[in-house]
Design a protein around this ligand. Structure first.
Ligand code: 5GP
Length: 233
């Protein structure tokens, strides 16, 4: 997977609420339309994609613009990066604590990624879904596969980089990981890119705002509506 670049639209879903409902975001100042979630909405959405693609940036923007969407906070054995706060980006745990969560069935899914473990706390997700709150998981491919198996009604969205070169650039440009960790993340990224077809649709991260709008539109789409299709790439 090298040297391919592609226009944003080439991977856009054929059917999204953004393209099908006459415009998103809704006009400001109209309380009736202030939230995208006026209908039943799609309850559980999984956002996945290779490390460095910009999932966290997209999610941060989505939370800013749409606080009605609840983002699951994962548990990880990774050490906090500068600026990360326990309970905000992650719950930071040691190996023993993580083992305990697995043993007690406290995780909806979990995976080992580039030498650390990551998992989604089960109870908060089930509580939010039961309360009808639109819920977003930002997890890796292995986790997405587990969610697909246990909660097939979830919408699985793959966030792709505009090109492999761009992904490498973003991962290195972050400056938060040493070279060996970057190499592991890129190796995992190749596997993730090869699994793109397993997802319901792909959004190419050429613009954070655009990806956010599309994601929200998809989440606002009724769950019983047919799954979005894909344009040929
Ligand atoms: P990072 O260390 O860069 O924050 O995350 C590394 C990878 O772990 C990313 O691909 C991220 O989406 C994924 N990840 C974060 N939380 C979870 C989780 O709860 N479960 C799984 N399976 N992956 C996660």
């Amino acid at each position: 997977m090298t040297g391919t670049s592609r226009p944003d639209e080439s991977r856009a879903p054929q059917k999204t609420a953004a393209s099908g409902s006459g415009g998103f975001p809704p006009p400001a100042g109209d309380p009736e339309k202030a939230s995208a979630f006026t209908g039943p909405g799609r309850r559980l959405t999984v956002l996945s994609g290779p490390s460095g693609v910009g999932k966290s940036t997209v999610v941060a923007e989505l939370r800013r613009a749409h606080p009605e969407v609840w983002l699951s906070v994962s548990v990880t054995t990774r050490k906090p990066r500068p600026g990360e706060t326990h309970g905000v980006e992650y719950f930071f745990a040691d190996n023993e604590e993580f083992d305990g969560l697995i043993a007690s069935g406290g995780l909806l899914e979990w995976a080992e990624f580039a030498g650390n473990r990551y998992g989604t706390p089960r109870t908060p997700v089930l509580d939010k879904l039961a309360a009808g709150v639109p819920t977003l998981l930002e997890i890796d491919l292995q986790g997405a596969r587990q969610v697909r198996a246990t909660m097939p009604e979830a919408l699985l969205v793959f966030l792709a980089p505009p090109s492999w070169e761009e992904l490498e650039k973003r991962l290195r440009g972050r400056g938060t990981e040493p070279e060996d960790v970057i190499a592991r993340r890129l190796a995992a990224g190749r596997i993730e890119m090869a699994a793109e077809q397993e997802f319901d649709l792909t959004l190419v991260n050429t613009s954070v705002q655009d990806v956010c709008h599309r994601l929200i539109a998809l989440m606002a789409d009724a769950p019983e509506a047919s799954r979005p299709g894909r344009s040929p790439s």
